[in-house]
Design a protein around this ligand. Structure first.
Ligand code: GLN
Length: 337
């Protein structure tokens, strides 16, 4: 387990957004540390599984990071522990598919409707002959096929290049052990791929396409890096720390919109109702959230609820949203702390 820089972390306050003085920054930092401690100590009710099952050994692992678009950062707990993106990668694969193909062509191939079904369900939008959305496996497999590149290697390289800009970590890469594990338990994704090809939704070399999709799933990040990725989305596609653009401005809204409507598997509706911020989860127990023009947030805790979302992650985000008035529809007259 990584070190826990809980109280010693000095980052919050550095480059703090204009309008917040040092006292206010300190108050927000103290509130966040208190919130972290409360959730770190709480029983993880609602945990029904771990992916893979061996992740149960890390049930207490809990990292929480935030990056303001102005550059201020906070890192709490296991914020330097690495974990695979899994489904969180779908956000960034979709961003690149949009960049490479444009909005209309991408939309013809992948819908933007929440499916209301589990992420690996073998169901499609039959009326339009396309996967329901890019945040479920079927849609992400089509998005991977839309990424430009002569072969799987080139597509993966281009994806990695973008992920590095999003995160600000030039060394971000695919973890071979995780990729092997994914390739060994891939029957369902194969089934979805072959079925989609038979229906005319997907074409080309399906095994190569699966390796693109699964490589993106197997890129490991820390919550510090993931919060930066969220902040880059929140900052119109520009990494707030490096100033580098990770994706075209014109598609940021599209990506954040599908996160909002489809990002939390078949709990997307409940999430929006309770938390009200665009987010995406992955089965490793990570969640990234992006609030446009404000903040990127990342949580990691591997215990999963019935939907496959991090149980502690959902609880923390619900609390953060209530405490800081982050829900998109928080009335402006309601005082946020
Ligand atoms: N790699 C996993 C899969 O394709 C990702 C799923 C997820 O995070 N929900 O099955």
């Amino acid at each position: 387990m990584s070190s826990r820089p809980t109280d010693a972390t000095p980052a919050w306050g550095e480059g703090f957004p204009a309008g917040l003085d040092a006292d206010a920054a300190e108050r927000v930092g103290a509130q966040l540390r208190e919130l972290y401690r409360r959730h770190a100590g709480a029983a993880t009710d609602g945990v029904v599984s771990f992916y893979p099952p061996e992740a149960a050994a890390r049930r207490e692992t809990f990292g929480l990071s935030g990056v303001h678009v102005g550059g201020a950062r906070i890192s709490l707990g296991d914020c330097r522990e690495r974990f695979p993106l899994h489904s969180i990668s779908k956000v960034f694969t979709y961003a690149l598919a949009l960049e490479d193909n444009g909005r209309a062509a991408t939309l013809r191939r992948i819908g933007v409707e929440p499916s209301g079904d589990p992420f690996n369900a073998i169901i499609f939008d039959e009326a339009q002959n396309r996967p329901h959305n890019p945040m479920v496996n079927a849609g992400a497999l089509v998005a991977a096929s839309l990424v430009r590149g002569d072969d799987a290697g080139e597509k993966i390289d281009r994806l990695l290049q973008r992920l590095r800009v999003f995160s600000g970590n030039p060394d971000l890469g695919v973890e071979p052990e995780i990729l092997d594990q994914q390739l060994d338990s891939n029957d369902r994704n194969m089934a979805v791929s072959y079925l989609m090809r038979s229906l005319g939704m997907l074409d080309g070399d399906l095994e190569a396409n699966l390796s693109v999709y699964l490589s993106a799933c197997s890129v490991t990040v820390t919550t510090d890096e993931l919060a930066m990725m969220g902040a880059t989305l929140a900052n119109d596609g520009i990494n707030p720390l490096t100033g580098q653009r990770a994706m075209p401005s014109e598609h940021v809204r599209d990506v954040i919109s599908v996160m909002l409507t489809c990002g939390m598997y078949d709990a997307a509706g409940q999430w929006f109702y309770d938390v009200g911020i665009p987010a995406k989860s992955g089965v490793s127990g990570g969640i990234v959230a992006a609030i446009p023009e404000r903040i990127g947030i990342a949580v990691y805790s591997p215990g999963l609820d019935v939907h496959g979302n991090s149980a502690r992650g959902v609880a923390v985000c619900r609390d953060l949203s209530t405490h800081f008035g982050l829900h998109l529809f928080t009335p402006s007259h309601e005082p946020a702390s």
